[in-house]
Design a protein around this ligand. Structure first.
Ligand SMILES: [Zn+2]
Length: 697
């Protein structure tokens, strides 16, 4: 989030409910305005369905066909979903909070004043235009003055930021040479530990450089021209030649990178390196200088996520000429902060990262991008006000009751597993026992008193915020982990599982229709938000979460036989998703999306149990001719109504750990209950023989 600045940089998120929201969210026809989001329908929405479709052939279209037909993707979006109005609403509310802060004339240094000043600095387009590239000249001069590889290592170190998060929240992607995440240690989950990740690419993933499909070739051509234009806009001589060298270097970096599917395997990521190990394991970079400049000179232990990339990239630091690295530094810096500068740079970046990469014709209105920035820089300050204003104690209580019910269902499912050994069951249940479930908003808020915000210095504000965040993370190294800490703001329309804290977050902004509606029948609420709750709980036991024990430690708590059974079941799920082909030349990657698919299957099953328990033996009321069981599955499938531009969908398939909405809706084919509810017969496209239905938990 930190550097999106309203462009559509593709975020890579591991265990969130979905990533597409990052692409689809935040749009409204006009400026900030008052709230207006009362649901027209309480329960499933029959007006979204296409009942001419056989549910057994295409359940996604059966549940959402009419919505798909009538919904057009707005020109400033890469895609749209039924959850989009939630993001719009959260945005408008946030904009209102910012407006109020601006009106109040709060004292200098107060959070309200900082929120208002930050937003103002973003909206001050004439001021930004007038300054031109002056705000970044000092940095560009610094890069130009680098005389040798030692000084290069120093600058790399000074530019290290806490800009990746492979476990909880955001992404594996950084344009810096490497990225850092500070989180609970894999083997010592009680203390904050630095994780280092591969980096150095401006495009989202290695495949964008190495891929040879016609679509990839087209992107590569556009990218070449884009890099040259960025260098030209910044006043560099020979922009074409520089662009060619920069891209050749990125191509070589991409070759050293680990693929997204592989880097999601936490067991491969647990590589403890001491500081002294780097010189021997990854020669070529002056590591001593690097760590000193990064403020990590005294840090002895690190976890290196992709060792082969560190070895490869460090070797490139040595072998590639200094001037090429200096150009690479300047270009990456321009790309990272271009959104804070002139219209020419903002437009050029959007043409590449918005239009070419996601097919989105238009940029979002500036005020919406401003809201994005405020949420990225001071999300907790806004969230504190948001939670107070928009999340009721009653909604919190209702949600907490549902969570408890679904956790109980999960516990019963574990008890009923005939293949699992008692010891494994005991640890699985212990994990449920220590699970922290945050609903609505966090217990503690981030302190922004050390962050300097000026009303007329957008670049400086973002630059200082990145450093402020970095130093905050450095300051936590070695200290005790706060297991109740949130990794999402209350105004985020999403949900998350934090494996190393054994915790879940359900922000206030997702606890609204079509996910959650206190006035809707239980069938719809369990199918929609219930499946989300189940999804997040299931991450505790998915292909990744199963690697962590009840204290959040990376430890094998499985018997060999149990693990074998689990891996066999997950293998079947990989194969099921590998068969989905959204494009003739591009299939879903079952391995890359495995953890999310496991969570979808197990979460839906647990929520289904929870729903049946909630009925307490009674028959559910029929709505619009649909039984309670049918409403449950329809409620689920209707939360996955999504539509994306082809380029965006392709990018999602390549870079996202979540399957596209259509295939998530089809999760139902693994549950016996779905076959009964709709009378699904053999011979339909989604039909799976009972033995082929994947049931993991
Ligand atoms: Zn997930």
């Amino acid at each position: 989030m930190r550097h999106t600045l309203g462009t559509t940089r593709i975020a890579l998120i591991v265990i969130l409910l979905f990533t597409a929201a990052a692409l689809f969210a935040q749009q409204a026809p006009s400026g900030p305005q008052a709230d207006a989001a009362t649901p027209q329908v309480h329960g499933i929405n029959p007006a979204n369905m296409d009942t001419s479709v056989n549910p057994g052939d295409d359940f996604f279209r059966y549940a959402n066909g009419a919505w798909l037909k009538r919904t057009e993707i707005p020109p400033d979006r890469a895609g749209v979903g039924v959850f989009t109005p939630l993001a719009d609403l959260s945005n408008k509310r946030t904009a209102g909070i910012i407006e109020d802060a601006a009106k109040e004339e709060s004292p200098a240094g107060s959070e309200a004043r900082k929120i208002a000043d930050l937003y103002h600095s973003y909206m001050d387009e004439p001021g930004i235009e007038k300054k031109g590239l002056a705000p970044i000249q000092a940095q560009l001069r610094k890069f130009a003055a680098i005389r040798n590889k030692r000084e290069l290592a120093r600058v790399f170190g000074e530019n290290l930021r806490a800009d990746v998060d492979p476990m909880n929240n955001t992404n594996y992607h950084t344009m810096h040479l490497f990225g850092m995440w500070v989180g609970p240690g894999f083997e010592d989950s009680e203390h904050y530990t630095p994780y280092l990740l591969q980096g150095g690419l401006a495009l989202p993933e290695r495949e964008f450089y190495l891929g040879s499909s016609p679509h990839m070739k087209e992107i590569q051509e556009k990218y070449q021209a884009h890099v040259a234009r960025m260098m030209k806009l910044a006043g560099f001589s020979d922009p074409d030649a520089r662009a060619a060298r920069i891209i050749a270097l990125e191509h070589r970096i991409a070759e050293t990178h680990v693929s997204l599917a592989d880097e999601q395997d936490v067991r491969k990521a647990n590589n403890p390196w001491k500081q002294a190990d780097f010189a021997a394991k990854a020669p070529g970079l002056d590591w001593k200088e690097y760590f000193r400049a990064a403020g990590l000179g005294k840090q002895d232990h690190f976890i290196v996520w992709q060792p082969s990339a560190f070895t490869g990239e460090a070797a490139l630091v040595k072998s590639v000429p200094l001037q090429t690295w200096k150009d690479w530094l300047a270009y990456h810096f321009l790309e990272e902060y271009g959104g804070t500068l002139t219209k020419a740079l903002v437009d050029e970046r959007f043409a590449m990262f918005g239009q070419a990469l996601t097919g989105t014709p238009q940029m979002r209105p500036r005020w919406q991008r401003g809201v994005f920035v405020v949420n990225g820089v001071m999300g907790d300050a806004v969230g504190k006000i948001y939670a107070k204003k928009y999340f009721s104690a009653q909604a919190k209580a209702t949600m907490e009751a549902m969570v408890k019910n679904i956790i109980d269902a999960f516990r019963r499912r574990i008890d009923a597993l005939d293949w699992m050994a008692p010891a494994t069951k005991a640890e699985a249940k212990a994990k449920l026992g220590t699970l922290y479930v945050g609903v609505g908003y966090p217990e503690e808020w981030r302190d922004y008193s050390g962050l300097e915000i000026k009303p007329d210095d957008l670049f400086g504000n973002i630059w200082r915020s990145d450093l402020f965040d970095y130093h905050y993370q450095l300051g936590r190294l070695g200290s005790k982990v706060n297991k109740h800490e949130w990794s999402m703001t209350p105004q985020t329309v999403n949900a998350v599982n934090l494996p190393l804290q054994n915790a879940l977050n359900f922000p206030a902004a997702i606890l609204l229709p079509p996910f959650f509606d206190p006035e809707a029948p239980a069938a719809m609420n369990y199918g929609a938000i219930g499946a989300v709750i189940g999804h997040e709980i299931s991450h505790t036991f998915d292909s990744e979460g199963a690697a962590f024990d009840s204290s959040g430690r990376l430890r094998n708590w499985w018997t060999p036989e149990d693990l074998q059974h689990f891996q066999k079941a997950t293998k079947a799920l990989v194969e099921q998703y590998d068969q989905y082909k959204p494009f003739p030349d591009l299939a879903i990657n079952g391995k890359q999306t495995l953890a999310e698919n496991v969570a979808d299957v197990a979460g839906l099953a647990a929520s289904h149990d929870g729903y049946r328990t909630s009925l307490d033996g009674k028959t559910a009321p029929v709505q619009d001719g649909f039984t309670g069981e049918q409403q449950f599955f329809l409620g689920f499938a209707q939360t996955w109504a999504t539509k994306a531009r082809d380029a965006a969908l392709r990018a999602q398939i390549m870079t996202d750990s979540h399957s596209p909405g259509q295939y998530r809706a089809d999760t139902v084919r693994n549950l016996d209950g779905w076959y009964k509810a709709f009378g699904i017969k053999p011979g339909t496209k989604l039909y799976l023989a009972p033995a082929d239905r994947v049931q993991i938990w």
